[in-house]
Design a protein around this ligand. Structure first.
Ligand code: SF4
Length: 499
């Protein structure tokens, strides 16, 4: 965030923290506006002002620094990372310049333009396609900033009445919390290609469509759960052959977290099969959270119901996310779980939010629910204010011995529709394609990513069931020109909170 800090306070100290090299720096916005200034001159904020002839309807002086600061103030934070960045090295949405040292612009698809200019040591990438701004200066010292730019009114899409309605000053679609079940149902029923088009459009407003976030989930206490969730092999109500395991020692958890980090995960999720933890159990989990956080990983736990003091204790331990799924629509909840109520779920979510912890909250599809049930779940999730920062969409994994074994499988296209609707209704949230990937084709997953899913669980196991596995994921993402993020996508949470 060095660039942002400098934007807010252009002091010599903050300028010195910028990742610019000694050579001239190119500033640009759009393909036709760019100029170079000596790096030292950028200490003067007035040197950041561009004389824009035309950029998305903008003409006249354009204050790049002010733009960045305003974006942050409006809840659209600017992410700046120093070091090599995929976007700088190989922008995925444009052609590479054929000849270095020249100035070129290229267009790879309608509305997408990019410009490259300068020598390898002083170059600027700008694009009007990916809402991103990218400056590279000398060799490996690069800065990447994602900015929000004024956009023309979005083109209306057939059949979508309101998904793209409204918008903030940066042209991004407004965040809504008033989706009715009927609207959600209409969205799910939108002609497929229109639905995916709109989901992809909204996805690109806030996210890089070529990047997914990777987390790894570990069962730190397995089985023997007193709850009777009909989908879960860990419930002591069902005979699934699962051998219960006690709470793992912190050292074991830490070793697994180190392996997760080495495998490329940026978030480490820990699940315990409890109705809710005792205070003693919570202390042990808090200890694990502190240890895992010290590795530089984001942390997430799912422990069941919490009281206020427990939520605060987890926040004190530095917990980033608490997972607590709503599972399904309120009307269907009693058919899946009888040992707790929907309101119990909402109460814990409110406690977690009040403690300042980000929410990971989604549901499960394919439990035999009609489309109305998926609409009801999505409307509930979208009614949370702010939206959950992470929204897992799980496809039921049918485990022998559970009551939901034998449920007619959900049509894959219906899963894609659900992901797309989640993206449209919660445009700033990370949408995680979670359980069920092991049984999905690469093609079905590709459609889900195109529909706006941008997060997955890595690894071979998800709590007690199989996951796709790293080798298969690696091959799939290579086919999809997609990378797993090498740093947490924190801006989703900030966007959700500030929108
Ligand atoms: S989903 Fe969680 S609460 Fe429900 S039975 Fe499984 S472990 Fe227990």
């Amino acid at each position: 965030m060095a660039l942002l800090r400098f934007a807010e306070d252009p002091s010599p100290e903050h300028f010195a923290a910028l990742p610019f090299g000694p050579g001239p720096v190119g500033l640009g916005l759009g393909a036709s506006v760019h100029r170079f200034v000596p790096a030292g001159e950028l200490a003067d904020p007035s040197s950041w002002i561009l004389d824009v002839e035309e950029f998305n309807g903008w003409a006249g002086p354009f204050d790049l620094l002010g733009f960045l600061a305003d974006a942050e103030a409006a809840g659209h934070p600017v992410a700046v990372t120093a070091g090599p960045h995929d976007h700088c090295a190989a922008p995925p949405w444009t052609h590479r310049p054929r000849r270095r040292g020249s100035t070129r612009s290229a267009s790879s698809r309608p509305g997408s333009t990019a410009a490259w200019s300068g020598s390898p040591s002083t170059s600027t990438w700008t694009t009007t396609a990916g809402s991103s701004w990218c400056a590279s200066t000398s060799g490996r010292r690069e800065a990447f900033a994602t900015i929000r730019r004024p956009r023309p009114d979005p083109a209306p899409v057939h059949g979508l009445t309101g998904a793209g309605a409204g918008g903030d000053r940066w042209g991004m679609t407004a965040i809504r919390h008033d989706w009715s079940v009927e609207e959600a149902f209409a969205l799910l029923s939108t002609p497929f290609h229109d639905l995916l088009h709109e989901a992809q459009r909204l996805h690109r407003e806030r996210f890089d469509p070529h990047v997914v976030e990777g987390a790894i989930l570990l069962s730190i206490k397995t089985g023997g759960c007193p709850e009777d969730c009909g989908y879960c092999p860990q419930s002591s109500s069902w005979s699934t052959g699962l051998t219960p395991q006690p709470l793992m020692a912190t050292g074991e958890i830490l070793a697994a977290a180190e392996r997760a980090r080495a495998a490329g995960a940026t978030r480490f999720c820990m699940g315990a099969a409890w109705r809710g933890p005792t205070d003693g159990q919570l202390e042990r989990v808090a200890e694990a959270i502190e240890a895992v956080s010290a590795l530089g990983l984001e942390t997430c736990v799912t422990l069941g119901m919490l009281d206020d003091a427990q939520a605060r204790r987890l926040a004190e331990a530095g917990l980033d996310y608490y997972n607590h799924n709503l599972d399904t629509a309120p009307e269907l909840y009693g058919e899946i779980i009888t040992t707790r109520t929907y309101q119990d779920r909402l109460d814990t979510l409110a406690r977690v939010r009040a403690a300042g912890i980000s929410l990971c909250c989604g549901g499960i599809v394919g439990m035999g629910e009609p489309r109305e049930g998926r609409a009801g779940l999505l409307a509930q999730l979208a009614a949370l204010d702010p939206h959950p920062e992470s929204v897992p969409v799980n496809l039921l994994v049918q485990v022998p011995g559970t009551p939901l074994e034998g449920t007619p499988p959900l049509d894959g296209i219906e899963l894609v529709r659900t992901v797309a609707a989640a993206r449209i209704m919660m445009p700033a949230s990370m949408v995680r394609l979670s359980a069920g990937r092991a049984d999905m084709s690469d093609e079905l997953q590709a459609l889900c990513f195109h529909a706006g899913a941008n997060s997955i669980f890595l690894g071979d196991r998800l709590l007690t069931t199989d996951n796709a596995g790293d080798d298969r994921d690696r091959a799939m993402f290579a086919r999809l020109d997609t990378t797993v993020a090498d740093e947490p996508v924190r801006r989703a949470q900030e966007l959700a909170a500030g929108a």
